[in-house]
Design a protein around this ligand. Structure first.
Ligand code: ATP
Length: 133
């Protein structure tokens, strides 16, 4: 089985959607193996989004992810990385995420799209170390 790092971002935590996210993960058949509500240090945020460091929205992205608590979790199961990205939906909640996905059902803006999920085994390994040590 595979592991992936899932974050409920500050917008999702503030809107009370942690339970909804966990519920969809569990109903899909994936398992929760770690869960912690965390304040996000700037250095962790910058390392997490290092691949976007040169993008014009990087500053906003760091401000946003450090603006409140996140629910960080390690999720496990067969093809967990792709399975969670299916549950999350595409990055743009209107143009890309389909109805039935978390973003498709519950979000409007790319900058506040509720959840993060690792995009590859290499990212998952790096991100799980970063968030859970
Ligand atoms: P995540 O990494 O959060 O799971 P993703 O893999 O779907 O999202 P990425 O392309 O890796 O999408 O972008 C990471 C995050 O950066 C997005 O989830 C979104 O919050 C933010 N982001 C991406 N593109 C933009 C943009 N054009 N404007 C504002 N924010 C953006």
């Amino acid at each position: 089985d595979e592991r992936t790092l899932v974050l409920v971002k500050p917008d999702g935590v503030q809107r009370g959607l942690v339970g909804e996210v966990i519920s969809r993960i569990e109903r899909k058949g994936l398992r929760l193996v770690a869960l912690e509500l965390k304040d996000v240090e700037r250095s962790v945020a910058e390392q997490h989004y290092a691949e976007h460091a040169e993008r014009p929205f990087f500053g906003e992205l760091i401000e946003f992810i450090t603006s409140g608590k996140v629910a960080a979790m390690v999720v496990e199961g067969p093809r967990a990385i792709a399975a969670f990205r299916q549950i999350a939906g595409g990055t743009d909640p209107v143009e890309k995420a389909t109805p039935g996905s978390l973003r498709g059902d519950l979000a409007l803006e790319t900058g506040s799209n509720i959840v993060h999920g690792s995009d590859s085994p290499e990212s998952a390994e790096r991100e799980i170390k970063l968030w859970f040590g």
